[in-house]
Structure formats: structure tokens, C-alpha cells
Design a protein. Structure first.
Lengths: 483, 1042
């Protein structure tokens, strides 16, 4: 018995010793499924993955992955709402958003989350990452982060602030967060003016243009990560929104030659595809300046895909078909237009945008900037800064138009400069159906948002012309003001 | 399975029969006054023979040579052991016991006589909760102990009950008590990852439980330090006693069904109301028309019949216990199979237990506890678990709102479904008449959550001196949960692609406890007890799984079949570790003055460096006044047979539900297309600490009439500070989740507990024991985030807000827009906006007119959720139970009533049942407004109106008082006469019938005000939104002791 006692005692003591050595490890466990903020910039691979992470954050289904694009389209006059579902954009469609509506908080949150990811990244690079990856790569990476920050601010301005033309940028813009936020505090930050935010955007984009690589090794990367020409293309968009047409022309000219064939001379050789349908079947053509990828392993998620909103069941969610009073019924949108014949589909009595047909596994890329936008923006900028029908602007318009509809516009066909500009704008509306350009265009042009079905027209002075600031921001940022 | 039991049964009977009988002992049992006591159990110690006294108190028992002692036991009396050496006749006098005060209670790592306990501890005997038609033991605790509130959320099997000890004691963390099974803290909550609720406390066969001790105040609970703020529940399982093998077999067979289901419109009424609504809305291109079935009859579907059923259930427990002086054992095997009141909702459990204690000598003790269990939970999407309330597949809502004028099948026998994935409209001229057809989704979708669990421990005690006990115990709790989901591509949530998800979650925990207990008496006056101990607990959890979509052939019905996409699911990994030292000191002077103090230092891995350690303590004192000389000399003892004052104070903590790595700032991984990503994913707070509860407890126990009636009155106060709240960050800061946890809020719970135990009647043939308890609870949130919002709302299933937590008000109060009936002039619903103005609504108006008008017809601003007011508390202010046991000769009758009062329930289901879209309605809608002057609660029906009823935002028309009293349990038993069964070599046979939830007294108009759509959520209690009803169960049971 005594022996048993002794050996048991020995066992207990030995086990006790072994365990006490472990105690410190157990009390301070190392998480093996996530990386500590202390070591996130320790290797080149980690920094490279953070770059991917920045793109992933803007690709959120609440933001550029689908919903931001959807909201900007359905605010316009071209869609009907079939589902009357409050969580799939009903209140955006009928302009009844309030500060507590989900999408008002979600888009704001997703874009600012991406902004903070960029800021956290920039801070980490300055602290350690630049040294880890070397100066050449560091410049590229910092350029990418600042491009993403600029894009987020630009996108937020399009919904949450008055357009630039209203008071020449003097209206309240956004809280300009440029520092990394990783802990509590610092909630209160006043809104910068629209002008100040645009200034920051252009500053970031200039930096990006200088520091980004001209291109990447393969078409996939050149489409899904930003390069010099992406920064230029976004600057065209930004300047157009600010109605700074001369600057828009300057930027566009960097990647658009003076005469056809229109193909970017430097960097990625952007050009139009012969058939527009190609852009939505082969996602990495040179026409797609910037797109966000989806794969079967990396899906947009429930109610978060472009197909879900624009496509009919069973692939899509049968949410938003085109409405007959919108673009669908416009004579300019001709019956033989390839964008009608190839990019629309009819199902259960409705006509749907069919740019994102892949479903129910939604692997269609989300298009962010296409070369045709640069061409039409340039055409418009030229048209607005010249009189009559400028030959180059007409050539640019026709480049986009003729590939889908054989009847080219002629200078003689336009009564005056305004008619020409109207044709360019109509071309944009047709060309970018389902790509989220409609609401930003209406707003930058200072046009009312036309009504549809039983939804009334929203005049440029109505509060509903832009979105409200979400409750959460007003509540927690004491310096924030409501729109 | 059943065969196995029969085999065991025969084996057991065979064993019992090998003992032969030798002689007969007879005698008479009397009470203090000499009157014969009938029904006294007479047991031959060391043998299994038993007998009962007859009406005159006489008995006769057969014993063999080995039996030296006979024991007499009787409810309400102190048991007596009498030696029978050389005697064949013995007469015994029994004394009434002091109402259970000599019982022993578990006080953490030791036990104590209840009479001497200074802390607030309440005990429930295992026998009180055995053989109930529940899945886990705590569901049977309602009303049985003061301070303990149990709310069964609804009738979904194994949905964890809301378990509160003295109110809701946290805002963001769990408010459920710590549950310790034989020394090992158990996994708690719903561990399922799909629609099949899975409460791991169901792993314990309630029939294996010896006792449940609930430590309520800081003094009692402080020994569990950082986890004690919500109270501690100690489960002790049965152990063997010396004596011949005692074999018991318990069986129950039962039937369960829903009660209180809503009355909804039939097809005819439905079409009347909806077509009237269309007319009133001016809609001419839609119409609700009858459809005919294959026999040419009009379809009139009672959807409830396709969702609810009468479920059959059976439970078997076979136990064998006994042992020698040195070695004792208790073994049991349990099997239960319960069909729920919902079709496809089943619970199946198999348990095996073996508890062994071995004392080779006076110094050494060894023992083990082993429990294996397998539980298979299966359920459809009931829409009744937290977060599911608005699920379109939820069976709480589907049978209520689907049009009754369409059927589940087309006349060709195919499912009535359309190509948009909704139920087909048949002859109705309208777009939609329901969400899903429940028949195919219940038949084809599958959800299950299966546990395999081993809960075991091994211990050794050494008593080097008679007053020193050293104990070491190592326990494990390994729980593997296998979750399976299959969604058919035919219809419902899986339409049109199909989907399957399988996940495995593994939870592994070990606990190693070392204690030294010193028990000393100095003279007759001073009794000391000191316990010191050390405990380590480590828990590792990890999970992984697969989710697949796009079935390649509708033939497949498992995840292993043909699918197009594979994606990961249920990935998680965590670990945490407690390192604790604790001590408890008790002292009493002549059993008159008692003091006790406990302290525990916990170190916990989840907190940041420098904040891992916390100190918790509690102290208490008691005074047994009856032992004072003046008591008797003043003659007060003639009135009070016992009188004890006690008080305690202490501080304990709460961390239940906190993340394992909450203090760390982290970068998480993901995908960007085909590439790996890394991004800032968690803003940790390295300064985070436990929530702290400071608890005060003042109590008085006294008895009158020789303790035939005892009272316990207790005042409790719990001031909680450092509540962990997510401090909201301005969304523009872009912090993941827009909040960072911090210790900021404060709240209190206070109230009284009253308990009365009495034996009003005790005659030879008839006894009545009764226990009544009442608890009051005042709860108030006293602060939230400093400088931040002083209130926040909480949604139900992320969609509807009807709950608010506001400084100065009870946690999770109801938050609704006030309504003021229906305007008799025009049939419009009247609302009261924030400014106090009455505003009426009509859904369809002529162009240019406003839907919202003041009662004088002028245009008014729209009323919305922003006009909501704090309506009232959602948790009961009063609750308790009344338990009565009557015995008449061989009959016994138990009547258990439970009640809750002083709270409101938001009956959101009613909002849906008054909705004027295609939704079917409750029959009250037939009393709608039709013409000026009509006084009714139901407005004029206008098709499409989802505002006047409360669908668009929560309204006070759907808030009701929740007060109820329930006949929770009624059991009538009959014990077969001893002389009869003993001829069959059986010592005892009792047969009984039992009913659960047989009656309910309430004004609540939903199925049952005891409901919680949001489960155990703290800040959204008292919500009844699209949940299934509760179940009523009738059982037949039989217990045989061999």
C-alpha cells in the first residue's frame, strides 16, 4: 500500500512539474489562425497579402463587389423593383432612405473600413514594411493603397455629399480620415468640404500615378490590381465629376491617342474589344482597366452579387428588371444595338440586364473602370470645351457606338453642341447599364433624378438627391453634421 | 436497443434472485405520540429487502443472516437504524425531522450541513426532476427554487432554456449561471451550427442526478471567482451505497402535442378578407379565387396539420448500484427517444454512466466518474431559434400566414411550387400567396446536430490525519458535435441549387483540482474548517467543415453526393486556460455563531498582460438565535422552533461568452480571387477585465410549529460594474465591427425571495407537503458608455427592433410605437407619435393626399419606428412556484404550479397575423371595421397594408401582459402494495401518469407567454415573434426496484 501511495505521489509531483512549465504558455496562448499586429509587416509575403487584402476590402458585397454599383444604377430611372424587399435596395430605388436604413450605414461602413485598411497599411509600411519589401516594391504598394483610399473617398462623395458644382466644392464633404485607426478614441472629426476631399483624392491619385507600375506580368493581375493607367482613368472620372474638363482631357490624353485606333500607348495597352459582349465573358481583356474578381471559392455571397440584382431567376434574384419608361423604351437605344441584342435577356415578361449571367454561382467580375468610359469621358470633356461637333470627340463617341450599333453618328446629324453632348450622355447611359454610372452622372450633371413607376422625380434641391449620413456616424462623431 | 435493456433486466433479476431469505422480523412503528405510522419504508441494510408499514404501523420484513440492521425511513421524519441482532420483534418510535435542515448541501469543493450554511444556497433533489418530458435537467427547475427563473423559449426540442439566477446580470456577456457537473464546468449554450437546437446539458440523463445545488450569493459562489456572477449550479450525480446490488428500471411512454395554437382564417374567410382588401385598395387586376382539389372540392388547407403532430416519446433508465464497505458503484444506462410536436423534430439520447468509489482503508480513497452520451438532435427550420424569427422557411410562421385556399400538392400529385421558388398560387390571380410550401421543405431538407461526449473524472483522497483530507481530481469533458444540413434543390432555401453543409466542432476540456481540507474541533465550542486549493482548467476548441452548392443531380441527398462547389465552413479554433488558487474558511461557535469567508484568485488567458489576474471574495455570518439562552427563557421558542439570521457580502466576476483572444489586435486572412489576403481584422483591448458583481445578501430562516412550517426570507442586491460593452466607434474610423470592447457599464438587480416549506397535513394515511416560493426582481441599467449614447436598441433576428436598453430602465425593455385603437369613423389605425399627437393611417389614398393625417383630416408627418417609446419591462418582476405532494395510502399526487408576473411580451406573431398583404390572418380579423360607427380593434382591411398591423415597425397594439400561472406538472402515482410485489421478488413498483403544461392561466392571446424568440439574449427578452408554440406532454411511467 505504501508503495502505491509513494508512486502515486511521485506521479502527481511529476505531472505537476510538467504542467507548471506549461502554465505560462497556456496563459499566453499564441493564436495560430490569425496574425498579430506586431508581426503583420515582418515578411514580404505578408505585405503582399495585405495588398490583396486592400482590394478584398473594396470588393465587399456591400460596396464595389455589387451593392454600391447596384444602388447607383437603381437610383436612376431605368429599373423597376419587383420584390419590394427592404433589404435589397427598395428604399434606394424609391428614394425613401433615412439615416437608419441598412444600406446607408453599410456602404458608408464598407468604404470607410477600406479607407482604414489603406491607412493602417500605409502606417505599417512607413514603420516597417517599406524596409522589408525594398523601395521599388514599396513605392508600388504605397501607390496602390493611396489609389484605393482615393477611390473610396470619391465613391463616398457621390452618395453622401452634394455634387461639386453645388457651391463649387464648398458644401460639407466627408470626415477626411488619413491616419490609421487601431484602438479606441478619436471619434470626433469634422467634415471637410467637398473641395478638400477632392483635393486629397487628386493628391492620392497623382502619387499613385507616379508610383504604380506601368503594368503587371499577366492580364489577370493587370485587370485586378491598379497600375499607372488605372490611376489616370480614375482621374478622368474625378475631374469630370468636378467639371474640370481641361484637366480631364489632359489626363485622358495620357492614355488615348488623338486619332483612332484608340489604344493606350503606354502601360497596359487598353483598347475596346470588337464585341462588347467579350468584356463580360472574358473578364481580363485590355478594355477592363480595373475589375474585381470572383471565383467559385471566393463568391460575392447571398444577395451580394450583381447577378442577383440584375438577373432573373434562377441565376439571379429577379430583383430589378429594366422598366419600359427608362432606357429600354428610348429610341436612341436601337433594336439592333448589340447592347440590346447581346446584353439583355427577357424572362417572365421582363427584360433584364444580362451583363452578369453567371449564376447561381456568381463568378462574374465586378467592372469598376472600362476603357470605353475613358473614351466617352474624353469625348464629353472635349465637347464641353469646344463648340459645335468636335471631330475627335465624334470619333471617340463613334468608337464606342459603332462597335455595338453600325450606324455611326455624323457631325451633320447634330443640331448643335448640346445635341452632341446629349448623344454622348445617352451613349454612356446605354453603354454602362448595370455598371453603376447612372446616379453619379445625373448628380455631376445637376440633373433631377427622373421618376419611375410610382416613384416621383427628385429635384436637385431635394434632400433625397443625396443620401443621408448614417445614424451611427452622427451619434458617435460629435462633430459630424447631417446632410 | 430495447433488446439490450431486456437482457440487462434479466441479468439483474437473476442476480437479485441468488440471495436467499432466512427469517422474518416484525414490529410496529409509531410517531412521537405513540400513534402508528403507516407507509414507513423498512429496509434491511446491506440487503435489498424492503417493506412498508400497514395502516396501524405494523410491518413484517424478511431478512437473512447478513443483515444486522434495519432502517426506517419516512418523509418528514428522521430516519432510524435499529440493530436486529437476536431480535425478531422491534418497535420503533420516529421523530419528525426539521424540514430538511439536516440535509447536506454542496458548497463548491466541499459539502456542508444545510443547517450550518451561511451563504444563500438552494437545493433541488434529483428525484424532483427525474422522469420529466424534457431534454435537459434545467428545463425542469422552473418554480422549484427561489431566485431561479427558467423560461422554456418554445416547443423546439432541446432549445436551451433561459436560466437566470436573481435576474439578468450581464448586458453583452452570458447571464446564464455556471454549471458544474461532478466538479467539471460543463459546456453550455446551443452548440449546434444549424437549425437543430443542441443544448449540451442534455448529455446528462436527469435520472442520474442525485442533487442540484444552486449557489446564489457572493459568499457561496465566490469559490468560483471570476465565473460566479450569474450564480453557480452544482450537479452531483448518483453514487453507490453499500449493500446488495440494487437494480432499478424506469420507463416512461408519452405523447406530446402543441397547445394554444392560433386560429387562422379558413379558405372562405381568407378570400373574403383579401378580396375586400383588394376592393378597398382599389386594386382590380388581382383576385383571390377558390381552387378545387382532385375530387372537385374547394381546397381549404389547415397548414398547421402539415407542420405539427402528436409526437411519441419513450425513456428508459436502468441503474444498478450497491457495493461493499470498501467499494461502491452506481451504473446506469439510459435511452430516450422523443418526437417533438413539430414534424421532423426529434431528440434521441443514449447515456452510459459508471460511478465508482473505493476506500481500501481509512486513509486512501479512490474513485471515478464516467459518463458517455450520444445525443442526436434533428429539427426542421423552426424559425424559433435566436436569429431565425424572420426566416422564410421558419415553421413558426409558415403555417400561420400561408393562404388556406391553396394546397400542398397539385392535383397531379406534384408539390405545389412555382419557378420562383415560392408556393404556387393555384387559381388566385395574384403574385404570391405564401413563402415556401412547408410540405416539401419539411420532407426533403435535413438538419441535425449530433453530440458524442465523454464527461469523466478520476479522484484520490488521502487522509493522513483524521482531520485532514487531501484530494486530487482530474476531470475531462470532451464534446464532439457533428452538424449536418441538407437543403433540397426542389423548393425552399436550397432552391434551385441545393446546398449541403457539414461541420464538426470539437471541444476538449480538462480540469485538475487539488484541495486540502482541514476540519478541527476545539472542545465542544469551536469548529473550524479550512479548505485551500488549486485548480487548472484548459479548454481547446476547433472546428472545420464543408459547404457545397449546386447539386449535380437531384438524386443526391448528402454532402458526399455530387456537387459543383466546395467551400470551407465552420472553421474556428480557440483555447483558454484558467489558473486558480482558492481558500475557504468556516468557523462556528457552539453552532450559534457562524462565519465563513472564501477567496479565489483566477488568472485567465484571454486577457492582456497585466490584466489576467483577478481576486474575488465573499464573506458571510449567521446567528442561530434559538441557541441563545434568552430565546427559551423569554418563551419565544414556543412560537419559533428555529430562527437563523444570516448575511453576506462579496465580489465575483463574469466572463462567460468572452472571446479567447479578445485582448489581441489581429490580422485575418481571406481571398481576393484566387490570391490569399491579410487584413486588419480585430482591434483588441489589452486592458479588458472581468465584469464585477458586488453582491449583498441578508436572510432570515425560521420555523414554527416544531418546524412543520419553515420560512426563508432573503433580500439580495447585486451591483454590477465594469460591464463589458462594445464601445461604439464612429463608423468613419473604419474599425472592424465599429466597436471595441471595454469595461464601462453598470447595472443592479435587487429583490426579495420568500420560501415556505410546510407539511400542513400528516395523518396516518394522508400527508400533504408543500413548498411555495416567490422571488421579486428589480433591474435597472445605471450607466452605459460614458459620453456615449445612454441607450441602445436590440433587434429581433436583425430585422425588427422592439427592445431598448436605456440608463434608468430595466435591461431590454420593450420599445414600441404607441397605438390608440381604430378610429370608429373611418376604420383607420390611430398612432401616437413622439410629440404625443394622434395620427391615423390609411394605406391607399388618392393622388396628392397623405396616408398620414391628424384626426381632423389634416396632413400629419409619417409615424415610424423613430416614434417608439419605452413601454415596459420584458423580464418578470415576480416569479416562483408552488409544489405540492399529496400521499394517500399507496397513492401519491404531485401538483407543480409555476408563475411569472409583472412583465410584458411583445406578441410580434400577432402583427403578422393582422398583416394585409397576401398573409393569412387570425380569425379576429373577421371583426374588422366595416362601416362608420364600428368599434373594433381591427382596422378597415386594405390590401398591401403592412403598417396598420405592426409589420413595418413594432407597435403597442401587439404588446400584452405576460403574467401567467401554469400547471407545469401533475403526477399521479400508485405504489403497488409491498407484500404483493415482494412475492414477485421485486422490492418496489410504482406506476404513474404525468402531465406537463396541462393548463395555463393567462390573458395572453398568443400560444404561451412563457416564450423567448431570442433565446437567452439579455437585451431582447420578452419577444414572441414567429416562434412555434409550446408543447403539452402526457406520460405514463413505471419504476421497478428489484
Amino acid at each position: 500500500m505504501k508503495q502505491i501511495k509513494h508512486s502515486l505521489l511521485a506521479l502527481v509531483v511529476t505531472t505537476g512539474c510538467l504542467m507548471s512549465c506549461q502554465k505560462d504558455n497556456w496563459l499566453n496562448p499564441q493564436l495560430t489562425t490569425a496574425i498579430s499586429d506586431a508581426t503583420a509587416f515582418d515578411t514580404r509575403d505578408r505585405v503582399a497579402q495585405q495588398i490583396n487584402g486592400l482590394y478584398a476590402s473594396v470588393k465587399s458585397g456591400l460596396y464595389l463587389g455589387s451593392r454600391y454599383i447596384v444602388y447607383n444604377d437603381i437610383r436612376g430611372e431605368d429599373y423597376n423593383n419587383l420584390r419590394t424587399n427592404g433589404v435589397t435596395g427598395l428604399q434606394t430605388w424609391n428614394h425613401t432612405l433615412v439615416a437608419s436604413t441598412n444600406e446607408v450605414a453599410n456602404v458608408w461602413g464598407a468604404a470607410y473600413s477600406a479607407i482604414n485598411q489603406a491607412n493602417v497599411f500605409l502606417e505599417g509600411m512607413a514603420g516597417k514594411g517599406n524596409t522589408v519589401v525594398g523601395s521599388a516594391l514599396a513605392a508600388n504598394y504605397n501607390g496602390e493603397a493611396r489609389f484605393i483610399r482615393a477611390m473610396c473617398y470619391y465613391d463616398l462623395l457621390q452618395l453622401y455629399a452634394r455634387p461639386y458644382w453645388d457651391g463649387n466644392g464648398s458644401k460639407p464633404g466627408l470626415p477626411l480620415r488619413l491616419k490609421a485607426n487601431k484602438s479606441s478614441g478619436d471619434n470626433d472629426l469634422v467634415r471637410s468640404t467637398v473641395q478638400q476631399v477632392y483635393d486629397q483624392i487628386l493628391q492620392d491619385l497623382d502619387f499613385a500615378e507616379q508610383n504604380l507600375p506601368a503594368s503587371y506580368a499577366d492580364a489577370l493581375t493587370s485587370t485586378t490590381r491598379v497600375h499607372k493607367n488605372t490611376a489616370i482613368a480614375l482621374k478622368v472620372r474625378v475631374n469630370l465629376s468636378m467639371r474640370r474638363y481641361a484637366q480631364a482631357i489632359t489626363e485622358a490624353n495620357k492614355i488615348v491617342p488623338t486619332a483612332a485606333p484608340f489604344r493606350a500607348a503606354t502601360g497596359v495597352a487598353h483598347e475596346l474589344q470588337a464585341n462588347i459582349r467579350t468584356v463580360f465573358t472574358t473578364f481580363t481583356t485590355t478594355e477592363s482597366i480595373f475589375s474585381l474578381p470572383f471565383t467559385a471559392n471566393n463568391l460575392p455571397g447571398t444577395q451580394n452579387s450583381l447577378c442577383f440584382y440584375f438577373g432573373p431567376a434562377p441565376a439571379g434574384g429577379s430583383e430589378y428588371p429594366l422598366i419600359s419608361t427608362g432606357i429600354l423604351g428610348r429610341p436612341e437605344f436601337r433594336a439592333d444595338d448589340k447592347r440590346r441584342t447581346d446584353l439583355l435577356v427577357t424572362s417572365t415578361g421582363n427584360t433584364w440586364v444580362n451583363k452578369y449571367p453567371t449564376g447561381p454561382v456568381n463568378t462574374d467580375y465586378a467592372p469598376i473602370i472600362r476603357y470605353s468610359e475613358v473614351l466617352l469621358s474624353l469625348a464629353e470633356a472635349i465637347a464641353r470645351t469646344t463648340s459645335g461637333v468636335d471631330a475627335r470627340a465624334l470619333a471617340l463617341l463613334n468608337a464606342v457606338h459603332v462597335r455595338s450599333q453600325p450606324t455611326a453618328f455624323t457631325a451633320a446629324g447634330f443640331a448643335n453642341n448640346q445635341a452632341f453632348i446629349d448623344a454622348i450622355l445617352m451613349e454612356r447611359r446605354i453603354e454602362f447599364m448595370g455598371e453603376g454610372r447612372r446616379s453619379p452622372d445625373l448628380l455631376r450633371l445637376g440633373l433631377p433624378i427622373p421618376g419611375k413607376a410610382n416613384v416621383p422625380t427628385i429635384s436637385t434641391t431635394q434632400a433625397e438627391y443625396i443620401w443621408p449620413i448614417p445614424d451611427g456616424e452622427i451619434l458617435n462623431n460629435k462633430l459630424m453634421t447631417q446632410n | 436497443m430495447r433488446k439490450l435493456f431486456l437482457c440487462l433486466l434479466f441479468l439483474a433479476i437473476g442476480t437479485a434472485q441468488t440471495f436467499a431469505q432466512v427469517r422474518t422480523v416484525t414490529g410496529k412503528v409509531t410517531d412521537e405520540k405513540g400513534a402508528g405510522l403507516s407507509g414507513v419504508t423498512v429496509t434491511a441494510v446491506g440487503r435489498d429487502a424492503k417493506a412498508l408499514t400497514n395502516n396501524d404501523g405494523n410491518f413484517s420484513i424478511q431478512v437473512n443472516d447478513q443483515v444486522k440492521t434495519v432502517r426506517f425511513t419516512y418523509v418528514g421524519y428522521e430516519s432510524v437504524d435499529v440493530s436486529i441482532a437476536g431480535k425478531s420483534t422491534i418497535d420503533v418510535s420516529m421523530n419528525a425531522s426539521n424540514a430538511g435542515l439536516d440535509e447536506v448541501v454542496v458548497v463548491g469543493y466541499t459539502t456542508q450541513k444545510k443547517r450550518e450554511a451561511t451563504g444563500s444556497i438552494v437545493s433541488v433533489k434529483g428525484s424532483a426532476i427525474a422522469n420529466m418530458p424534457v431534454q435537459s435537467f434545467e428545463a425542469s427547475l422552473a418554480g422549484r427554487a427561489a431566485g431561479v427563473q427558467i423560461t422554456v423559449p418554445n416547443g423546439v426540442l432541446n432549445n436551451p432554456p433561459v436560466f437566470r439566477v436573481r435576474g439578468t446580470n450581464s448586458i453583452n456577456l452570458s447571464s446564464q449561471p455556471l454549471i458544474i457537473i461532478d466538479g467539471v464546468p460543463s459546456f453550455q449554450g446551443d452548440v449546434s451550427q444549424n437549425s437543430a437546437a443542441n443544448n449540451p446539458l442534455a448529455s446528462i440523463n436527469p435520472n442520474d442526478i442525485e442533487s442540484i445545488d444552486i449557489l446564489k450569493d457572493a459568499s457561496a459562489a465566490a469559490i468560483y471567482g471570476s465565473r460566479a456572477a450569474n450564480g453557480v449550479v452544482m450537479i452531483t450525480t448518483k453514487r453507490g451505497k453499500s449493500g446488495a446490488a440494487k437494480v432499478s428500471y424506469d420507463v416512461t411512454l408519452g405523447q406530446t402535442e402543441a397547445y394554444g395554437l392560433w386560429d387562422v382564417l379558413n379558405a372562405e374567410q381568407y378570400m373574403t378578407i383579401k378580396n375586400e382588401g383588394l376592393t378597398n385598395a382599389g386594386i382590380t387586376n388581382q383576385k383571390f379565387n377558390p381552387s378545387l382539389d382532385a375530387n372537385g372540392k374547394m381546397i381549404d388547407t389547415r397548414w398547421i396539420d402539415y407542420v405539427y403532430r402528436k409526437g411519441f416519446q419513450q425513456t428508459h433508465t436502468l441503474s444498478i448500484s450497491g457495493g461493499s464497505a470498501q467499494t461502491k458503484y452506481f451504473m446506469s444506462a439510459g435511452y430516450t427517444n422523443q418526437e417533438g410536436m413539430l414534424i421532423a423534430n426529434d431528440f434521441d439520447r443514449k447515456t452510459l454512466r459508471m460511478n465508482v468509489d473505493h476506500n481500501p482503508n481509512k486513509v486512501i480513497g479512490l474513485g471515478a466518474t464516467f459518463n458517455y452520451s450520444n445525443e442526436f438532435n434533428k429539427a426542421p427550420n423552426t424559425g424559433s431559434l435566436p436569429g431565425q424569427a424572420f426566416a422564410t422557411a421558419g415553421l413558426g410562421r409558415i403555417p400561420l400566414i400561408t393562404a388556406p385556399n391553396v394546397g400542398p400538392y397539385n392535383n397531379d400529385g406534384s408539390y405545389n411550387v412555382n419557378s420562383s421558388g415560392l408556393i404556387g398560387v393555384m387559381n388566385n390571380q395574384t403574385g404570391q400567396v405564401g413563402f415556401y410550401n412547408p410540405v416539401p421543405i419539411v420532407a426533403l431538407n435535413k438538419f441535425s446536430s449530433e453530440n458524442n461526449r465523454i464527461n469523466s473524472n478520476l479522484y484520490m483522497t488521502v487522509k493522513p490525519l483524521s482531520w485532514i483530507t487531501l484530494k486530487t481530481q482530474y476531470g475531462i469533458d470532451y464534446l464532439n458535435t457533428d452538424n449536418q444540413t441538407f437543403l433540397t434543390p426542389v423548393h425552399g432555401d436550397g432552391f434551385p441549387r441545393g446546398g449541403a453543409t457539414s461541420t464538426l466542432a470539437k471541444y476538449r476540456r480538462w480540469v485538475w483540482t487539488n484541495t486540502a481540507n482541514f476540519d478541527q474541533k476545539i472542545g465542544d465550542d469551536h469548529t473550524f474548517n479550512l479548505l485551500v486549493g488549486n485548480e487548472q482548467q484548459r479548454t481547446i476548441s476547433d472546428g472545420f467543415g464543408l459547404t457545397r452548392q449546386d447539386i449535380s443531380d437531384p438524386f443526391y441527398s448528402d454532402i458526399q453526393g455530387g456537387w459543383l462547389t466546395p467551400n470551407p465552413a465552420g472553421l474556428f479554433r480557440g483555447e483558454n486556460y484558467f489558473l486558480s488558487n482558492f481558500a475557504q474558511f468556516r468557523y462556528d461557535f457552539r453552532k450559534k455563531y457562524f462565519v465563513s469567508a472564501s477567496a479565489r484568485r483566477d488568472e485567465y488567458s484571454a486577457f492582456g498582460p497585466g490584466n489576467k489576474q483577478g481576486d474575488f471574495w465573499g464573506a458571510s455570518a449567521a446567528w442561530d438565535v434559538t441557541r441563545e439562552n434568552f430565546w427559551a427563557s423569554a418563551g419565544i421558542d414556543k412560537i419559533f422552533s428555529s430562527f437563523k439570521l444570516r448575511g453576506s457580502y462579496g465580489t465575483v466576476g463574469n466572463i462567460a461568452g468572452i472571446g479567447d483572444f479578445v485582448s489581441l489586435s489581429l490580422y485575418g486572412s481571406g481571398l481576393y480571387g484566387a490570391l490569399g489576403t491579410l487584413g486588419f481584422s480585430q482591434a483588441g483591448n489589452a486592458n479588458l477585465k472581468w465584469e464585477t458583481s458586488k453582491k449583498t445578501d441578508i436572510g432570515l430562516n425560521f420555523g414554527i410549529l416544531n418546524d412543520k412550517v419553515t420560512f426563508d426570507v432573503t433580500y439580495y442586491n447585486n451591483d454590477i460594474d465594469g460591464l463589458i460593452l462594445g464601445v461604439p466607434q464612429a463608423p468613419s474610423r473604419g474599425i472592424p465591427g465599429n466597436s471595441i470592447n471595454d469595461n464601462v457599464g453598470t447595472m443592479f438587480n435587487r429583490g426579495f425571495e420568500f420560501t415556505v416549506n410546510a407539511t400542513p397535513i400528516r395523518t396516518k394515511e394522508f400527508t400533504w407537503n408543500t413548498n411555495f416560493n416567490l422571488t421579486t426582481n428589480d433591474n435597472e441599467v445605471t450607466s452605459l458608455v460614458p459620453g456615449g449614447a445612454q441607450e441602445f436598441t436590440t433587434g429581433t433576428a436583425g430585422l425588427e427592433v422592439a427592445s431598448i436598453t436605456r440608463v434608468g430602465a430595466p435591461i431590454g425593455s420593450l420599445f414600441v410605437v404607441q397605438t390608440a385603437g381604430v378610429n370608429p369613423e373611418n376604420g383607420r389605425r390611430i398612432f401616437v407619435n413622439k410629440a404625443g399627437r394622434q395620427i391615423q393611417y390609411t394605406h391607399v389614398v388618392a393622388t396628392g393626399q397623405s396616408r398620414w393625417t391628424y384626426l381632423d383630416g389634416t396632413t400629419a408627418p409619417a409615424v415610424s419606428g423613430a416614434d417608439a417609446i419605452l413601454f415596459g419591462r420584458s423580464t418578470p418582476k415576480y416569479f416562483g412556484g408552488w409544489d405540492n405532494t399529496f400521499r394517500y395510502k399507496n397513492f401519491d399526487l404531485n401538483v407543480m404550479l409555476t408563475y411569472q408576473a409583472g412583465f410584458f411580451v411583445y406578441n410580434g406573431t400577432k402583427a403578422g397575423l393582422r398583416d394585409n398583404r397576401f398573409w393569412n390572418s387570425s380569425t379576429e380579423v373577421m371583426t374588422r371595421w366595416l362601416k362608420p360607427g364600428d368599434k373594433t380593434e381591427i382596422p378597415r382591411v386594405v390590401f398591401g397594408d403592412n403598417v396598420s398591423n405592426g409589420s413595418a415597425f413594432a407597435q403597442s397594439q401587439n404588446v400584452e401582459k405576460g403574467d401567467f400561472m401554469k400547471l407545469r406538472n401533475l403526477t399521479l402515482g400508485y405504489t403497488l402494495p409491498a407484500d404483493l410485489v415482494q412475492k414477485a421478488k421485486i422490492s418496489n413498483v410504482r406506476a404513474y401518469i404525468s402531465g406537463q403544461n396541462l393548463a395555463i392561466l393567462t390573458n395572453y392571446t398568443g400560444p404561451d407567454p412563457e416564450v423567448s424568440t431570442n433565446g437567452a439574449g439579455n437585451t431582447n427578452q420578452g419577444i414572441d415573434r414567429n416562434s412555434v408554440a409550446n408543447a403539452r406532454t402526457i406520460l405514463f411511467g413505471l419504476r421497478i426496484d428489484f
